[in-house]
Design a protein around this ligand. Structure first.
Ligand SMILES: CCC(=O)NCCS(=O)(=O)O
Length: 349
């Protein structure tokens, strides 16, 4: 048994699981997303270079990845601090900050935000998608990658003593690359050593979540302690969703607040509305999966902050919870999704 057993590891140290309270299990407080820049449509170059202003807000909401400055969430630490204070006022307790190597994790900033706001922040270990892997990362063996991930949890990451409390979001694309497969195997090996939570960013294909789980399983990972993120934009058919749910991971709907007509990373996808997300939660609950559901906003760009007319980190607590209740989801089930399930996932074995 390690000192972490039965505890949750935040950027300020170990806490009792009951201290977490309501938890968003997939957010970013500081990161950069330049790796996912999408060139603007012909004629939109001016909008893409213009400062963020209310008159451009609808364009920005529909083209969030075509505006370079919008991808620099790391420039908004004061605004994020104000948002976290609002999140606490709205009844929020904790946030899992899933920024990993490749998209500019900044652990000292996370620690300062946790200190300044009283929100518990759990940081993520490991690597984002292939396009962000350095040459050095690509050359590493699974053993070396495992050692680094384990060290980020046991001793601290990025040259600091600030420890990560979850592995991920581990980035994978579609098809999954060789480098991403090595990171997945290292993730499973590190999880076996540490008994810790894992969270996955799947590629944008219906088959991607299942394939990731198979790789983790073969490498000995604990699927019951693993979250599959972004199901909102990945699995649409209810039968396919149930097939995936049977594999045993947590099922995360983490794009609440995103309303995008043309999803530029996969134009075949119709991004669901928040109403459809709530319908999907109700469906999974009816099918017996209320112990496996997690929700969040996955804020990763500026325009989703309230400072820029966005929904902010309190949208779920303020708007989605009442909607869930109005659609027959009980208060007990809401509490499971926001308090009990995150608590069980985040507690080290
Ligand atoms: C780093 C943030 C992130 O990966 N968000 C997921 C965006 S999407 O793949 O669902 O479009």
């Amino acid at each position: 048994m390690s000192e972490r057993s039965g505890k949750v590891q935040t950027v300020l140290g170990l806490i009792e699981p009951d201290q977490l309270g309501r938890t968003m299990t997939h957010e970013h407080l500081t990161m950069t997303f330049e790796c996912s820049h999408v060139p603007p449509a012909p004629g939109d170059e001016g909008l893409a270079a213009a400062p963020i202003e209310i008159k451009h807000l609808h364009w920005l909401q529909q083209n969030p990845y075509s505006h370079q400055e919008n991808l620099l969430l790391n420039q908004e630490i004061e605004a994020v601090k104000e948002e976290l204070l609002c999140y606490r006022k709205a009844g929020g307790g904790s946030i899992v900050e899933n920024t990993t190597t490749g998209i500019n994790r900044n652990l000292p900033v996370l620690r300062q935000l946790a200190k300044d706001t009283g929100v518990h922040v759990v940081a993520g270990a490991g690597y984002y998608v292939d396009v962000t892997h350095s040459d050095e990362t690509r050359k590493m063996t699974v053993e070396k990658l495992t050692d680094i991930i384990v060290s980020e949890v046991l001793h601290g990451a990025d040259g600091t003593e600030i420890r990560c409390g979850v592995i991920g979001e581990i980035g994978t694309g579609w098809p999954i690359t060789e480098s991403e497969k090595k990171v997945l195997r290292a993730t499973a090996h590190a999880q076996t050593q540490l008994g810790c939570p894992v969270i996955i960013h799947p590629g944008r294909d219906t088959a991607a979540p299942g394939e990731v789980i198979r790789i983790l399983q073969e490498a000995g990972g604990d699927i019951t302690k693993t979250v599959m993120s972004h199901l909102d934009r990945t699995i649409f058919d209810h039968q396919e969703l149930l097939e995936f749910a049977k594999m045993g991971s947590y099922l995360e709907y983490d794009l609440f607040g995103t309303d995008l007509l043309n999803y530029p990373f996969n134009l075949r996808v119709d991004m669901p509305s928040d109403s459809v997300r709530v319908q999907n939660l109700a469906f999974l609950i009816k099918e017996g999966y209320e112990d496996r559901i997690l929700i969040a906003h996955d804020i990763h760009t500026k325009h989703r902050l309230t400072k820029y007319g966005g929904h902010g980190y309190s949208h779920i607590l303020k708007n989605i919870v009442p909607k869930m209740l109005s659609r027959g989801i009980t208060q007990n089930q809401v509490d499971k999704i926001l308090i009990e399930n995150p608590k069980h996932w985040l507690t080290f074995k």
